[in-house]
Structure formats: C-alpha cells, structure tokens
Design a binder for this molecule. Structure first.
Ligand SMILES: *Cc1c(COP(=O)(O)O)cnc(C)c1O
Length: 394
C-alpha cells in the first residue's frame, strides 16, 4: 500500500494520502483529540524519551491528525517536510526564530501581511535582526538591499491588495548568490495555483486560516521545506509551543480534499468579476494579475496556474464614496478575512493598511478610493448584483 500511495498524483494524495485507518475501520479520518500518549511499560517510556523509539509522546511534539495534515500539504507543495503551526503568524515567527540570529539581516517585500510587518518592526528587531523593505516587483531594489549579513529574503506573492507579482525564479537565484534563505508566503495562491519550492524557494509559509480551511472556521499555519530546515523549525515549535491543535488539523485536512476545486472556482469567479469591474463606468482602476493590462500579468501567467480570488478596484471619488459602496452592498461580509466560500469586502486604507502613514500608503498605491473583494463561491449573478447595489449608490 505504501508503494501505491507514493505513486499517486497530487490530487489523490490531497484526498487519501498520509492516513492509516484505525482498527475501527472509519471511512473519514479520525481526529486524535489527545494531549498525551501512554506507554506499555516504564522501559518503553524511557526509550521514547531518549529517542531510541520513535512514536507519539505529547501533542506539542507530534499528533497523528496534525501529522496527516502536514504530510498531505508537503506532498501538495512538493516539499520534503511540512510543519503545522497554530496560525499563519506562528509559521512566520517559527521560521525566523529557528533560522535567524542576532546580527542577521532580512529583506522583505514592503506589502506583506500587516502583522508580518508589525512582528518584524516591533519584535524581531528587538533581537538584533534588521529588516529592509523593498518593492515586491523591483528586482534591482532586492539586489541593492543585499548586505554581507543578509540571511533571509521574504516575500508574499501576489501582493495584497494590489496583486503585484514577485519573480520567484529571479529572487531564488538572487538569494542563492547571497547565501540567504528565500521564504515565500503562499497563502493567496495555495499549492494549487503556485508551488514556490519548484521555482527555487527554500521555504513556503502558509496561513491555513484562509483558503486551506476555506470556510472561515479555524486558525492555523504551516511551514514547508527541506527536511534539514524543517528539523530546525520543529525544534523551535516543540520547545516554544505554537503548534496546531488536532481539531484544527482535522478541519484543514478536510479543506485540502476540496482545495483544487475551490481554488479553480474562486479564480474563475474573480476573473469574471475583474473583467466586469474593468468595464464598469463607476470604476476607475482594477487590480487583478489576471487582467492583461496588469504589470504582473506575464509573470503570474508563468508561475501560477491561475490568478486567484482577490480583486481590488478604485471607485470614482473619495474615502466617503468607497465607504458608501461598501455599506450599500447587502450580501457581502464586511470583514478583513479572505479565502472563504462567502465573498468578503473591505476598505484597505482604513482597516488592513490603517497602521501605515498616509505617505506610505500613497507610495504603496493604497488610495482612499480602493476597495478589496475576496471573491467567494456564491453564484456570479448574485455577486455582481450585490456589487451593483454598492456601485449604484455613487
Ligand atoms: C492571514 C494572513 C497571514 C496570517 O495568518 P493568520 O493565520 O491570521 O495568523 C499571513 N499571510 C497572509 C498573506 C495572510 O493573508
């Protein structure tokens, strides 16, 4: 059986991989809600504790449900190992804590997830790790930012909310030359749309909270990469504790089973909505890498199998006008979350990006008239009708 499983295609591994039925012969995966495990006798306990025997000891170290999720996601990303974490932020934190030390330097794309920036600027710097931010798509800026102590390059592509695209292959080459680790936050694409490790990235981090769950229930994250690097990350997680709960792992396991279908549907809906917005008289600009006029289009086409579910656009007018559009929709959920079957709408300048100064926001292109939609899986007739209600209020 193990042999047959190794031969399976990725889609089959996502649904059936890395799971051994228990003696109860369950069809759906069992959930192991247990914090610890018992030993047959004192000698066996001792062997587990000094690593003469491999096996479950304590769920901060290993849990069968979490392990199944990790192995399936590793197979989908085509990485050697995956380590699950309590949240997406715990994934990024674990990578930094495990693999950097005082005196190291990080280059980070400037429009990464807001909490990633806060974590770096407020906490990571306290431990003597310097961070330089560069525009995601500007290869010269990345190259110019490299210092002798640069140990990590970190990016998120496509970017939120403007859908800018990083050249993964070029950045991987640059990082190898600099002898730095290249880390990619693959939350927006998931392995269904983009596999950064295959373009030369060393590590992928995920917020499973978004598309991997897909229905807005649980927080979780993951780190994927070589066995050697993941050993270091596991070491930090075991010692420090931001590990994934078995309940959440079970929800994400179920999410992986439908991830391909959902990502294809999110992408198809978003592409249709982007084209519709592009032709709308009240809309002045649309940001979606799937549109041919978008500066990241060619790169996205090269390294992604599709363009994802997030579309942003500017309306004619000011902040009040953008708010009026948002408040005049009825069906969409007004929330900063994304990656959900339910369409979400948000005003980035006053929510997700409100911590930036007005000057930084303008420089990053996040204007007051910008609205972000994470397109869900509802019928497109209703999605367009709800947005028409919003735009009709202008
Ligand atoms: C949400 C998100 C995170 C953080 O994940 P949490 O699960 O909320 O901790 C990191 N990166 C991106 C791109 C995200 O969207």
């Amino acid at each position: 059986m193990a042999n047959q499983e190794d031969q399976w295609q990725p889609d089959t591994k996502a649904i059936r991989g890395a799971y051994q039925r228990t003696h109860e012969n369950e069809h759906s995966e069992a959930m192991f809600l247990t914090s610890s495990y018992v030993f047959e006798n004192a000698a066996m306990a001792a062997k587990h504790f000094n690593n003469d025997l491999q096996g479950n000891v304590y769920s901060r170290y290993t849990n069968p449900t979490v392990r199944s999720f990790e192995q399936r996601l590793a197979a989908m990303e085509e990485g050697e190992q995956c380590v699950a974490t309590a949240s997406g932020m715990a994934a990024t934190l674990s990578v930094i804590m495990a693999l950097l030390k005082s005196g190291d330097h990080v280059i980070c794309s400037q429009d990464v997830f807001g909490s990633t920036r806060v974590m770096m600027n407020k906490y990571i710097v306290k431990f003597g790790v310097d961070v330089t931010y560069v525009p995601l798509a500007d290869l010269t800026a990345w190259a110019d930012a490299i210092q002798p102590n640069t140990k990590m390059m970190f990016c998120e592509t496509p970017s939120n909310p403007l859908s800018e695209v990083a050249d993964l292959e070029a950045l991987a080459t640059l990082s190898k030359k600099a002898d730095a680790l290249f880390v990619v936050d693959n939350c927006f694409c998931t392995p269904i749309l983009q596999k950064p490790l295959n373009w030369g990235a060393d590590i992928v981090v995920h917020s499973a909270t978004k598309y991997i769950d897909g229905q807005g229930r649980c927080l979780g994250g993951a780190v994927v990469g070589s066995a050697a690097l993941m050993d270091e990350v596991v070491g930090f997680l075991r010692a420090a504790g931001p590990t994934m709960s078995p309940f959440n792992a079970w929800v994400f396991l179920k999410g992986l089973e439908t991830l391909r279908l959902r990502m294809q549907a999110h992408s198809a809906n978003a592409a249709e909505l982007a084209a519709w917005l592009n032709a709308h008289p009240k809309v002045t600009k649309v940001y979606y890498a799937g549109l041919e006029g978008h500066p990241g289009h060619a790169l996205a086409k090269k390294q992604q199998s599709s363009f994802g579910g997030v579309v942003s656009f500017c309306v004619k007018g000011s902040r009040e006008d953008a708010w009026r559009v948002i408040d005049s929709t009825k069906m969409f959920s007004l929330t900063a979350n994304l990656g959900d079957a339910k369409t979400t709408i948000v005003h980035p300048a006053t929510t997700t990006h409100s911590r930036l100064t007005e000057a930084d926001r303008e420089a990053a292109g996040i204007s007051q008239s910008l609205i972000r939609i994470a397109v869900g899986l509802e019928d497109m007739i209703d999605i367009k009708a709800d947005l028409e209600l919003g735009l009709g209020a202008l």
